[in-house]
Each structure stands twice: as structure tokens, then as C-alpha cells.
Design a protein. Structure first.
Length: 314
């Protein structure tokens, strides 16, 4: 079996994190000679198209012009194709402007794919991908850490001022908690500025770091008692995995894909309205006994093995 994997291998955030980890895991395994990796921003050429004749499967991670074209050529050549869905551009267009041509690329790739691999069942359900689906979550390589000294009144939020992250609503709840209980809960906010940024920064307890080095984000997580992901929708959320690795308590909305791989407890609470969010923050703020959060998350090696087995079965 020969696979051509088109993805984003330039170090950054989101899909590139997934593609780099899958590539590294496969290169360490005994399947390394079976998979060739190609950067998704590479310009299409005859030599690249010619590769299709020597492979069995074209796999595209995310959405790209190169990926779409190679999937089309592959189907014309009667080769098998597959696609990783990190999210849904048609769904994202409800929250931010997505170019029409990119949504068309996504639709063509979905139509061409013999198998679609969304990162969660929630994504498959919300994107209405009912056929050709096998869920392969993102991987997590947890590190063993010594006991972390937490600041009991610190909460970390990741996603900046983007409206769909609902950080303004989180801050409204925290302000109410602080006022009613005479507490001094602080918030470290990371990520791009967005439509809600000015409103969020009006709260005196918020420190907005904007975009910054990941080490600063991880340092905040290591000090924070609580991490909150109260988004309108998250197909998976590697940030939640990072928070668990940093021994944070976690609160998420009921529309976060990683939830299906986590066991609910006082340390990991799923909410679907602001009242439940307030109750969860107070409960975790007052929690004294720290316990590990049970989960069924996979390592990157296990994720890569799932991909290989799926390609072999096509």
C-alpha cells in the first residue's frame, strides 16, 4: 500500500499540529516507507499529478486547492481517496467570513472521498456527514509532571475575542460570582482580538495577552486552577487536552467534540447555559481535593495506526 498524504507541515496551530504529529509518528513506525507527505500549499504540477499513478490512496488533511485537485485526479484514475475533517467550513461561515471558493473545495473533497475521518462524532453530526465516516480523534501525548502549584483564583481562556468562543459571557458570569461572593477570580485571556475583545477588556479582572508564545500559554495553564471552553462549537479542542495535561479543572460547553472522550466528574464539567456555568465555576473554585481526569484519549501513535488501518481497508 502506498499513500500520498497532503497536509500542513509548517509549524503553527490547528491542523498543522495534527499533520506534524501524524507524520512524526508514521516516520517512527515500520510504515514510514508506505506514506509520502506533501505540503498542501505546494503548487500543482505535472510531476505531482504523475505521483498518483504510483500510489494506492490519496489522503487530504483539511481543505486545499492541491488536495481537491489530487482527489479529483485520483478518482478519475480509480484510486482510493480519504479526507481528515478538522472542522467544517460551512459551519464556520456562520461565525466568520469564509470565502465561497474554499467552501466549494470542501464540498468537492467530501464528494470525492471514499472515507471521511472527522475528529469527533459531534463534528460528523453537526456537519451532516452521515456516510463514509470513521471518527479518528486528535492525539494527545500526556507528559508526566511534578506537582504544580496552582493559583486558586486564576482561570485561563483561549480563543481571544472571537464571538463564537463566548468569552464575554464567561466574564459576565465571573463578574457576578466575584460581586456576589466577594471573590477575586482573575482571567488570563489568549488569542486573536475579535468582535468581543473591547467588551471583554472592560472587565478589570481580565489580562488579555493576545497572540503570544505557546510557552506563555502553557505557563498560564500550569498556574490556573480552571480552564473554560464555553464555545458555541468546537469540533475537538486540543486546548482542553493541554489543560488536562496541566492538571487544570475543566469546564466546557456541551458542543465541544473532545467531551465524548472524557469521563465527567467534579474536575470535568459540561454545561449548556450560563446558570450551569456559574454553578460549575463555584464548585471547582471550592474544590480542595485534586484528582486526575479520566479519559479515553489516544496517543498520536495510536491515531496514526488508525489512519494506516483505515487506508489498508479502503
Amino acid at each position: 500500500m502506498k499513500v500520498l498524504y497532503i497536509g500542513d507541515f509548517i509549524k503553527g496551530n490547528g491542523p498543522s499540529t495534527v499533520d506534524i504529529n501524524v507524520r512524526n509518528s508514521i516516520e517512527k513506525s515500520n510504515q514510514s516507507n508506505q506514506v509520502e507527505f506533501l505540503q498542501s500549499t505546494t503548487k500543482i504540477s505535472f510531476s505531482i499529478v504523475k505521483k498518483i499513478h504510483n500510489i494506492d490512496v490519496v489522503h487530504v488533511s483539511g481543505v486545499s486547492f492541491l488536495g481537491m485537485m489530487l482527489m479529483l485526479f485520483s478518482r478519475l484514475c480509480r484510486k482510493k481517496t480519504s479526507m481528515t475533517m478538522h472542522g467544517s467550513l460551512s459551519m464556520e461561515s456562520q461565525f466568520r467570513k469564509i470565502a465561497l471558493y474554499r467552501r466549494v473545495f470542501e464540498l468537492i473533497q467530501q464528494r470525492c472521498a471514499n472515507k471521511i475521518m472527522p475528529v469527533s462524532n459531534l463534528l460528523a453530526e453537526k456537519a451532516k456527514i452521515n456516510k463514509k465516516v470513521i471518527v479518528i480523534p486528535n492525539g494527545v501525548n500526556f507528559t508526566v509532571k511534578s506537582t504544580i502549584l496552582k493559583q486558586e483564583n486564576l482561570i485561563t481562556l483561549i480563543g481571544g475575542g472571537r464571538k463564537e468562543k463566548r468569552h464575554f459571557e464567561v466574564c459576565e458570569v465571573i463578574k457576578e460570582i466575584n460581586d456576589k461572593n466577594d471573590l477575586n477570580i482573575k482571567v488570563n485571556l489568549f488569542g486573536e482580538h475579535g468582535i468581543d475583545s473591547s467588551k471583554i477588556n472592560s472587565f478589570s479582572f481580565v489580562k488579555d495577552f493576545g497572540f503570544c508564545n505557546k510557552d506563555i500559554v502553557f505557563d498560564s495553564l500550569s498556574k490556573s486552577k480552571i480552564f473554560i471552553q464555553y464555545s458555541e462549537f468546537e469540533s475537538f479542542s486540543l486546548a482542553v487536552a493541554d489543560a488536562i495535561n496541566s492538571q487544570c479543572y475543566v469546564i466546557t460547553s456541551n458542543l465541544v467534540g473532545i467531551n465524548e472522550f472524557i469521563t465527567l466528574s467534579n474536575g470535568y464539567i459540561v454545561v449548556d447555559n450560563k446558570q450551569q456555568l456559574e454553578e460549575a465555576i463555584i464548585l471547582q473554585y471550592n474544590e480542595k481535593e485534586r484528582k486526575d481526569i479520566d479519559n479515553k484519549l489516544l496517543t498520536w501513535e495510536q491515531v496514526s495506526d488508525k489512519y494506516v488501518k483505515c487506508w489498508e481497508a479502503l
